[in-house]
Design a protein around this ligand. Sequence first.
Ligand code: 1GP
Length: 247
Amino acid sequence: MKTLYKDILQAMLEDEKLLAVLIDPDKMKLDHVELFVKKVNISLATHIFVGGSTVEANATDVLVTKIKQFTTLPVILFPGDVTQITNKADGLLFLSLLSGRNPEYLIDKQIASVSKLRKSTLEIIPTGYILIENGKQTAVQRVTATKPLPRNDIQKIIDTAKAGEYMGKQLIYLEAGSGAIQPISEDIISKVKQELSIPLIVGGGIKTKKQLQLAYDSGADLVVIGTAFEDDESFFNDLKRNAIATT
Ligand code: 1GP
């Protein structure tokens, strides 16, 4: 049963906040997966996302197989490329980079993925992916050869997100870029959220519990965190399942 999207939508309607831990196959050592995923299991995380900008072919398949041995959390692919699609995951963010003007990332790679997806059992979730300027060049920017939307052009950001919804995207993902110095601002999150009736994902540069809470308070339905866990796994201690509920 494909209920990933239904569950995200339901969480949004009930104002239950979601957290995805992003695992980059390029950075995660296979012999560390068990320990890492066990920490994820006892944290507030509700999802595991797997993906990266540059990943060796097959690495995602091997990694997802291993992750699935140690968790019952849904594993969703957040692919940087067609080679990162594996049927071992539960779902796939079918991304279209709406902030950029590179047809490769708007439609060509999506077409190239169809032969793989046609046979797969993955739940495919159409997602409008919007990169916002963050003061330094990000991997997404470099790999996709696109410009992010200027962070001070809030109307353009809102209209891009809304256009995504009109196009039929089921999720909008506001991305500051992996390891961003500044996460997406509260102002941008809240203004985009006000216009959308679909769930809003926010990621990039969130490193503290306070920043996580601010993103939620501003209207993020699902927050993605990767680098902060890669840099310091003790961050999981701040995000133990019962810790935030009492604050
Ligand atoms: C990157 O939004 C994700 O695509 C997560 O970013 O690695 O900075 O947490 P961080």
